[in-house]
Design a protein around this ligand. Structure first.
Ligand SMILES: [Mg+2]
Length: 430
């Protein structure tokens, strides 16, 4: 058996847990540069705000309906996520973190599963003030489906039996009840069925999950793929997917950002690219890899009138490396090559490619080039930045960042990083 635990409206819940005054208010968390809605409280959903809706379209609700908006505060969400995951892992023997607020749990050997799920859910609610839904089923796809029921039956009373709210264990349903729940669920809600496949299924007259589960496996494989075939098997209770406790190392590491304000000069662009390359290099070291090539790009906004600019370049590294200095130097070299005057650039990014395990690195004969291994230098830099905050020690070309540079992201309404920065710890007055 598997469980899937998923926090409700996670980013908004993180904001609410440190600001109890927001408890029953409509709250929306905004994406980078306060662009669009990326999390909504139930009250905000009730106002009709859609996921991904641009901020300017619903900003007026702040005045008319007391809507509260927050810029995304990822250090806060990441910290609360790790606390949530560590409490949730008390439910079973093995876990897979699926996203920032979702965890699959292997329930092998766990007794009184439903009761245990309630205990863990309450523990998270008491400890962090964050509400979760727990779905339990014999396969990962069915655990996801059960989680959908646990949440949907709470949000939309009457959509599924009320006793399945918050914690839904499919093992407690009769075969008729399970069939009815599958029939009440549109195919697009099933894990692994994206919008494109969902549209194809609709065209073929397959509207709900029960119809999907009854499809002939050979037909599914021929018309769609073995991945879809696995989904159908899993819907019928046949486990095809196991927990991925150790995520595979990434094949590419990217750091790309939209700028807070347009950038047209080379100097701030070099600062931005140096900063993105430094962030990417740190992630590279974290997974123990080295990069062989770097792609750098910059472009104008496609929503603005011309002239438009969209260029990228791939810079090969002389030797595969995870050295921030070498990676930044190559990224700066690349951006200088593609830069042209006279464009209002909106976004840039650095992508590290051709990644390999550091342990597999082939050493070469010393042919006169000075090969300087600064691995321990950057291990020390990473430690300092981890302890004293990101950017405490950084490459000079990222600029001094004493004032907000135009390329840095706008976050006008960001909450304090209550749990990760000592100076921003909550104050309690009595
Ligand atoms: Mg969630």
């Amino acid at each position: 058996m598997f469980a899937l635990l998923d926090a409700n409206n996670f980013y908004v819940s993180c904001e609410k847990c440190f600001q109890p005054a927001l408890r029953d208010k409509p709250v929306v968390v905004l994406s980078a540069n306060d662009g669009c809605a990326i999390a909504r409280s139930e009250e905000a959903k009730a106002l009709g705000i859609k996921m991904g809706e641009p901020y300017f379209k619903f900003k007026h609700l702040e005045l008319t309906h007391g809507l509260v908006t927050r810029s995304a505060c990822f250090p806060l969400y990441a910290d609360l996520s790790s606390r949530l995951m560590s409490i949730a892992s008390g439910m079973g023997c093995d876990v897979e973190q699926y996203s920032i607020d979702e965890q699959f749990i292997d329930l092998s050997g766990v007794r009184e599963i439903t009761r245990r799920a309630w205990v863990i859910r309450d523990r998270i609610h008491r400890g962090l003030g964050i509400a979760c839904g727990v779905g339990i089923g014999p396969t990962k796809t069915l655990a996801k489906f059960a989680n959908h029921i646990a949440k949907a039956s709470e949000r939309r009373p009457g959509s599924y039996p009320a006793r399945l709210q918050r914690v839904c264990n499919l093992a407690e349903l009769s075969p008729q009840e399970l069939a009815a729940a599958l029939e009440a669920t549109p195919v697009g809600e099933i894990w692994g069925v994206g919008p494109r496949i969902s549209a194809q299924l609709y065209d073929a007259g397959i509207l709900n999950a029960l119809q999907l589960s009854k499809l002939d496996l050979g037909t599914v494989r021929r018309h769609w793929s073995v991945v879809m075939e696995r989904t159908v098997r899993e819907l019928n209770g046949e486990p095809c997917l196991t927990l991925e406790s150790q995520p595979e190392p990434k094949q590419m590491i990217a750091c790309t950002r939209s700028f807070g304000s347009p950038v047209s000069e080379l100097d701030p662009l070099i600062e931005a690219v140096s900063d993105f390359a430094s962030r990417a290099a740190q992630k590279l070291r974290l997974q123990g890899s080295v990069a062989g090539q770097i792609q750098v790009f910059a472009h104008t906004s496609r929503f603005r009138p011309p002239p438009h600019f969209h260029r990228s370049i791939v810079v090969p590294l002389i030797r595969p490396t995870a050295d921030t200095g070498l990676i930044v130097a190559s990224a700066v070299h690349g951006i200088k090559r593609i830069y042209r005057e006279g464009f209002e650039l909106k976004k840039a990014g650095v992508i590290l490619m051709d990644l390999n395990d550091k342990a597999d690195l082939q050493h070469e004969l010393d042919l006169g080039d000075e090969i300087c291994d600064r691995g321990s230098l950057f291990a020390a830099v990473d430690k300092l930045n981890q302890r004293y905050g990101r950017g405490t020690v950084h490459i000079g070309s990222t600029g001094l960042q004493t004032n907000r540079a135009p390329w840095q992201q706008r976050q006008d309404q960001r909450s304090p990083r209550y749990s990760t920065v000592l100076a921003e710890i909550p104050e309690v007055k009595c």
